[in-house]
Design a protein around this ligand. Structure first.
Ligand code: GLU
Length: 510
């Protein structure tokens, strides 16, 4: 078997969206698993859709998620350059070779003539105009013009394109590793432009020529390219490369979070699906929700989530490091059915990864928040706080929102909890508890708990009945991490002061 050489071939037309990152990831996994090569090629032949900054965005996104490029833009390699605009001169001879063999032809139709044809078809109520086997003989091209006329026009430099001469009546077969045999009748395919009048190749020609020259073994890309694949099969055959044609795998669509319809760029913009926000496109997208990176997703959690959008290992295991994915990934286990993009699942993965992170990797997030507020940073306290918070958070910034009460006394109390739980019994226990605490010289979670038990027993009140009121007094909230450990972290003096403040501030509603 030839070595695996796969490529990710984005067009720099905007932010790299999440579907693109998945495509890159699957290519990368196959390359790493087989000891093959992962190539990054930038397909920028459509100058009208070029967005400055998009290429840098793609490179940064891949680097952030941990996908390393072996060969390609930003790295170099034996097939450089890897930016199609820089390979411009290379494509034309192939197009001309196709013309010489009768597989393609020069077409001189002006935009006005093409438009007139479209109008004629519309007026006649027939199907929409397609430049192809049914119509090409009525158009202005090297098939209908006398050879001398064609030669003259070319010599004069008349504007023209080169179109593929698609066979009139043929079933084109394509074996897709995910979908099996895919068949398309050639009448469905129009005579696609291969070379544009500006001298640039179109996507189809450049893509096939480069995949061949770069010795690509597998083309793994989104389902939206499946309709183009039969055309590419024809091109491989006409260029004499059918024997070394890459294998195709068209990945399942990503569906909207509710499962209805395709996940669109618009969904992505609105819900913040790019890796990080764009500040270089139009003002509308500047408003966009944060990207994954800014929202606080860990790259390893995002990768794990993306791997499961279309693939599964066939076991119950859900948490996979990148190395484990490299081992477990199989192209054959990618499904055909669309994969629902469920952001809740992405959050679940993030929670799992945060939970299992060494505390030391998360303390910086909390320290930054403390520093920003001019609060003292006591290493041991920060580490302990992260320790009790990390299994409760979805994003690193939740460390502060969930755990600020460990560092600053509440200035307000959750009113609904107060209304339900702040009663005469609670006040009696908390007052007695405050006195008992005042006589302690050190507060540990165990002594906090023992003292509370003693206090409630002496007053014949069940601990469970007043626990939420105590939490309210200490934290201002009705829920949070282990209260006894929280009190130990806050420290005896802090807790006593908080209880006193709550007793002075909160009133028992009768
Ligand atoms: N340039 C195409 C894109 O932007 C690549 C399609 C392919 O992988 O063949 O998605």
């Amino acid at each position: 078997m030839n070595p695996v050489r796969v490529r990710f071939a984005p067009s720099p037309t905007g932010a790299l969206h999440i579907g693109g990152v998945r495509t890159a990831l699957y290519n990368f996994l196959l390359a790493r698993q087989t000891g093959g090569t992962f190539i990054l090629r930038i397909e920028d032949t459509d100058q009208t859709r070029y967005v400055p900054g998009a290429e840098a965005y793609i490179l940064e996104s891949l680097a952030w998620v941990g996908i390393q490029v072996d060969e390609g833009v930003g790295v170099g390699g034996p097939h450089a350059p890897y930016r199609q605009s820089e390979r411009k001169a290379l494509y034309k001879p192939f197009a001309e070779q196709l013309v010489a063999k009768g597989y393609a032809y020069y077409a001189f139709d002006t935009e006005a003539e093409l438009e007139a044809q479209r109008e004629r078809f519309k007026a006649a109520g027939s199907s929409t105009f397609q430049y192809g086997s049914q119509t090409r003989m009525q158009m202005v091209n090297s098939l209908t013009l006398a050879p001398a006329e064609t030669a003259l026009r070319l010599q004069r430099g008349d504007e023209h394109v080169i179109r593929l001469n698609v066979p009139a009546d043929e079933t084109i077969h394509l074996h897709d590793l995910i979908r099996g045999d895919v068949q398309v009748h050639s009448s469905q395919i129009d005579d696609k432009v291969l070379m544009k009048s500006d001298g640039m190749p179109t996507y189809h020609l450049a893509n096939v020529v480069d995949d061949h020259l770069m010795q690509i073994s597998h083309v793994i890309r989104g389902e939206e390219w499946l309709p183009s694949a039969p055309l590419h099969v024809l091109l491989y055959r006409f260029l004499g490369w059918a024997d070394t044609m890459p294998q195709f795998a068209h990945l399942p669509l990503l569906l909207k979070p509710d499962g209805h319809g395709k996940l669109s760029k618009r969904d992505a913009d609105q819900m913040g699906f790019p890796i990080f926000p764009l500040d270089w496109t139009d003002p509308k997208t500047r408003e966009l929700a944060k990207g994954f990176r800014e929202s606080g997703y860990l790259p390893e959690a995002l990768v794990n989530f993306l791997a499961f959008l279309g693939w599964n290992p066939g076991t119950e295991q859900e948490l996979f490091s990148l190395d484990q994915l490299i081992n477990a990934f199989r192209l054959e286990r990618i499904g055909k059915a669309g994969a629902r993009f469920d952001i809740q699942k992405a959050k679940w993965f993030n929670q799992q990864y945060l939970k299992h992170k060494p505390t030391s990797e998360l303390t910086p997030f909390l320290k930054t928040e403390l520093a920003a507020r001019g609060l003292p940073i006591i290493e041991e306290k920060v580490a302990r706080a992260v320790g009790i918070l990390q299994e409760r958070i979805t994003f690193p910034h939740d460390l502060w929102t969930e755990g600020m009460f460990l560092f600053v006394a509440p200035t307000a109390y959750d009113e609904s909890v107060a209304a339900k739980k702040w009663n005469a019994e609670a006040v009696a226990v908390i007052r007695a508890y405050q006195e008992a605490l005042a006589n302690q010289d050190h507060l540990s979670a165990t002594t906090a708990k023992d003292l509370l038990e003693q206090t409630t027993q002496a007053l014949h009140i069940g601990t469970g009945k007043i626990l939420q009121a105590l939490r309210l007094a200490v934290t201002g909230r009705g829920a949070g991490p282990d209260l006894m450990v929280s009190m130990e972290i806050i420290g005896r003096e802090g807790v006593v002061a908080r209880l006193a403040h709550a007793l002075n501030t909160l009133t028992v509603k009768t």
